[in-house]
Write a protein that binds this ligand. Structure first.
Ligand code: GAL
Length: 433
């Protein structure tokens, strides 16, 4: 007892002395990494967990806190993160799209340039130029890409198509696609297309792919803020296609998330959904087999075009655990990290040296398509192609259009949105080669 008492008394004396010497009781510094993202659907969660597992294997002494903010495409996350960063509460890393979405952070000086890290890791020789361009501003690198998603994908329930004798090659044009929708409707599938809309972006996502189908020169004018005629036949045509498309969409779209729409195709309640290839992650976690239960192809009119969606992480200034932030970025950009994350996520590795044997059949085909793509174009809806001001107006225009189907009003609203964001168009995309 005496010994125990002596230990306690000594501890108190040391503690009090430390308090007076250092001005406060010494606090153990927790060795943590806190990351923010919006990956909460079944496939998304499985993928980020696999990436975190690679990190934890490498750095077992670092505790990882994942702080996900639910809402596809970051429609809730984006404003949450903006306020946190502006308030000086940036985490150690957060999800951001390559391109325009990074710009407000870079402009405000909230991110650290990470050129040294890029050099140390030799990333210049493994990431393709199109991706490198999207993460560098003023000649400095500010982010590390973790993947390349494709936005322009039509997903289909293969069993339904087989049952009704629909050959996927007939879906390459909008006319062929709508003929298939009509056939399915006649056979009793009233709403063959599944779509979400709870965050509005799910609708804009479809319209974006329709825009791309109107030609890369048209899309280039759009992302460069060069469209100025509301009667531009390509613009009018695009909204007329969307009007037709809406005829076949589940009427409860406005209350559904993107993954609930994919689930309709998985369950065979709908035959089609147009969504980025993160949808593959949902088929994957549902245990469905590509080529047997489901299939995928470029959305109508976009063969040979790869609409790019690139997720990244970065090193925010003032991160609480700057060394762990860098460790995380090393894993994010590594071959091992990317080859753990992307086979589940549905995307392909952003690196050109991916181990293809780790990927399933959809992604092997995507890797091939990426290599042979005639055009690569940046998604607007997923942060890269156009200023944020336009992208957010586009979501509103899309959701209004889905409800009122007023083509002339939507065309005018697009031109107005471009004009309103005019001074924010600081990038000139050269997409037509
Ligand atoms: C995209 C993001 C993808 C995917 C999707 C749905 O914006 O780049 O990684 O998760 O949203 O949440």
């Amino acid at each position: 007892m005496l010994l125990a008492l002596a230990v306690v008394v000594t501890a108190v004396i040391v503690g009090v002395a430390a308090y007076y010497i250092f001005g406060q009781a010494p606090k153990p510094q927790a060795n943590l990494l806190e990351i923010y993202h919006w990956w909460t659907s079944g496939g998304e969660k499985a993928a980020i967990d696999a990436l975190v597992a690679v990190f934890q294997k490498k750095y077992p002494d670092v505790g990882v806190i994942q702080s996900p903010v639910a809402g596809g495409a970051g429609y809730v996350f984006k404003s949450v993160m903006k306020s946190m960063v502006a308030a000086g509460e940036a985490p150690d890393a957060f999800q951001v799209h390559a391109g325009y979405e990074m710009k407000p952070y870079v402009d405000a000086g909230f991110l650290e340039p990470i050129d040294d890290l890029w050099r140390q890791e030799g990333w210049e020789s493994v990431f393709p130029p199109v991706v490198r361009d999207m993460v560098s501003w003023g000649g400095h690198y500010y982010a590390v890409p973790v993947n390349i998603h494709r936005a322009n994908v039509l997903w289909y329930n293969k069993k339904i198509l087989d049952q009704y004798g629909i050959d996927p090659s007939t879906l390459e044009t909008w006319d062929g696609f709508f003929a298939a929708c009509e056939k399915l409707r006649a056979a009793g599938i009233q709403y063959p297309i599944a779509m979400g809309g709870i965050g509005k972006w799910e609708i804009a996502h479809v319209i974006e792919q329709i825009f791309v189908s109107q030609g890369v020169d048209f899309y280039q004018d759009l992302v460069n803020g060069k469209l100025n005629d509301p009667n531009d036949p390509r613009l009018v045509n695009a909204f007329n296609i969307m009007k037709k498309y809406m005829n076949y969409v589940n009427p409860d779209y406005a209350s559904l998330t993107w993954d609930q729409a994919v689930a309709k195709v998985i369950r065979g309640e709908a035959a089609f959904t147009i969504m980025g290839d993160w949808a593959n992650g949902e088929f994957y976690v549902a245990g469905k087999q590509f080529g047997v239960d489901y299939g995928a192809m470029p959305s109508p009119g976009t063969k040979g075009i790869y609409v790019l969606v690139v997720d990244c992480f970065e090193k925010p200034k003032g991160a609480k655990h700057p060394e762990n932030s860098i460790k995380w970025l090393r894993v994010v950009g590594s071959r091992e990290g990317q080859d753990a994350f992307n086979p589940i996520k549905g995307s392909i590795s952003a690196r050109l040296d991916a181990d293809v044997t780790k990927y399933g059949p959809y992604q092997r085909a995507a890797i091939q398509d990426f290599k042979t793509a005639k055009y690569m174009v940046p998604s607007i809806v997923h942060g890269s192609g156009a200023p944020e001001k336009f992208a957010s107006a586009f979501n509103d225009i899309a959701s209004k259009f889905a409800a009122d189907r007023d083509v002339a009003a939507a065309c005018k609203a697009i031109i107005d949105a471009i004009n309103a964001a005019k001074s924010d168009y600081t990038k000139t995309w050269h997409l037509t080669g």
